[in-house]
Design a protein around this ligand. Structure first.
Ligand SMILES: [Zn+2]
Ligand SMILES: [Zn+2]
Length: 402
């Protein structure tokens, strides 16, 4: 029996306080790296708990607890940014601006504040060190990288890291914790922009012009062949063109056209191959039709990789904490075990062993109908204390056994 099994009881005593944190954050959603109120709130609350909260990259906050007895270093990560979505849920704590915590990052921040309090109360008993990473700009995939560049994984060096993401609008009872399979669980994400240059002219004389819309149309179709003809059929790949722009008048051939799209892959080798082929194919198609394409790849983030030891540890510790019924395998959510979404926590996976858990926070059968990112999404606050307990217990038990 671990000496930390009281953590869930302790967390439940914090529930009211956690609801207050969550409602403040929900009312004041901020975007990207510009989390002025959010970071200030987190730092104030951490300071009140007795922490020294340190700035780490723009709008990022780092706090450290434990370290009194020798041991490893475990990192717990919560993202804090919202989305530029106008909330369509009415209630006492509706967003006060044009943004919305539609991805539940107000929950993550709150749960990690709860874990901070639980860990501080047990600081003398922590068999190692816990780093708390409050991260900005997950939605824009810039925040994790910025905090790594600012040194969050060093001094002391991190030995393992985990994150939690809440889910809503799924047919799972609130509070169930979802454990990933070993290996990749989220897609790598990259963007591309194809600036196509032709030569404009009269619509009646296409022979005297170079039609960039024609090049755009052929390029759009040609890029689809990467998926159907060049990548193995067992290898998941999504290549989507979401912007196709050019021209204003029906009888004028424009000078330029623009295509913008996203690439989602899982394996690093596929990721590199597809990026290379997008550049080659788009430039070649422009040449075929006498134009030019300035093709640009904008790097997003790599996949999350779940470490074998951390996955096995999670399955053991979460059953200890919550009971077997409360722990689900990810294959209940995604039959392949992989989400097509992206998460910039993948940047940590490139450097340290990582684990990504999900927490059900709104059952579609109980009126939580909308998925994350939707302007009508709601989340079940009753799971806040559970999320805090999961963060704290995972860190304490992992350090106890490693
Ligand atoms: Zn999101
Ligand atoms: Zn999110």
């Amino acid at each position: 029996m671990s000496k930390f099994t009281h953590i869930y009881d302790d967390a439940q005593l914090l529930q009211e306080e956690l609801v207050a944190h969550r409602r403040y954050l929900h009312q004041h959603p901020e975007l990207g790296l510009e989390l002025f109120l959010t970071s200030a709130y987190v730092k104030k609350k951490l300071t009140e708990m007795g922490y020294e909260a340190v700035d780490c990259g723009k709008s990022g906050v780092l706090a450290t607890v434990g370290g009194n007895s020798p041991g490893k270093v475990f990192l717990l990560r919560a993202d804090m940014d919202a989305l530029p979505v106008k909330e369509e849920v009415d209630g006492d704590y509706k967003s006060t601006n044009e943004n919305m915590h539609a991805c539940g990052h107000d929950f993550h921040t709150t749960m990690l504040l709860g874990a901070a309090k639980l860990l501080k109360e047990n600081e003398d008993k922590i068999p190692g060190t816990v780093k708390l990473m409050f991260q900005p700009a997950e939605e824009t995939l810039l925040g994790a990288k910025a905090m790594i560049d600012a040194g969050i994984l060093e001094n002391p060096r991190v030995d393992g890291a985990m994150m939690i993401h809440v889910m809503s609008g799924q047919p799972f009872k609130s509070g169930k914790v979802v454990v990933p399979l070993v290996g990749i669980s989220s897609a790598a994400s990259d963007w591309f922009e194809l600036h196509i240059k032709g030569r404009g002219g009269h619509g009646a004389s296409p022979n005297k012009a170079v039609d960039p819309l024609n090049i755009a149309a052929h390029t759009h179709l040609a890029l689809q062949e990467i998926n159907s003809r060049e990548v193995h059929s067992s290898e998941p790949l999504a290549l989507t063109i979401g912007v196709m722009e050019g021209g204003r008048v029906s009888n004028v051939i424009p000078d330029r056209a623009l295509l913008k799209g996203t690439i989602r892959t899982y394996e690093a080798s596929t990721r590199e191959f597809v990026k290379k082929r997008v550049l080659e194919i788009s430039q070649a198609m422009a040449q075929v039709f006498r134009g030019e394409t300035d093709a640009r790849i904008i790097e997003g983030c790599p996949s999350i990789i779940n470490d074998e030891d951390l996955v096995n540890s999670a399955n053991k510790y979460l059953v200890e904490l919550l009971g077997k019924e409360e722990v689900l395998p990810i294959t209940d959510v995604h039959p392949s075990g992989k989400s097509s979404g992206s998460e910039d926590f993948g940047f940590l996976s490139e450097v340290v062993p990582t684990l990504s858990l999900s927490l059900a926070a709104g059952n579609s059968l109980e009126g939580y109908d909308y998925p994350i990112h939707h302007p009508k999404v709601r989340f079940d606050e009753s799971v806040l204390c559970r999320g805090a307990a999961v963060y704290a217990y995972m860190a304490l038990r992992w350090l106890e056994e490693h």
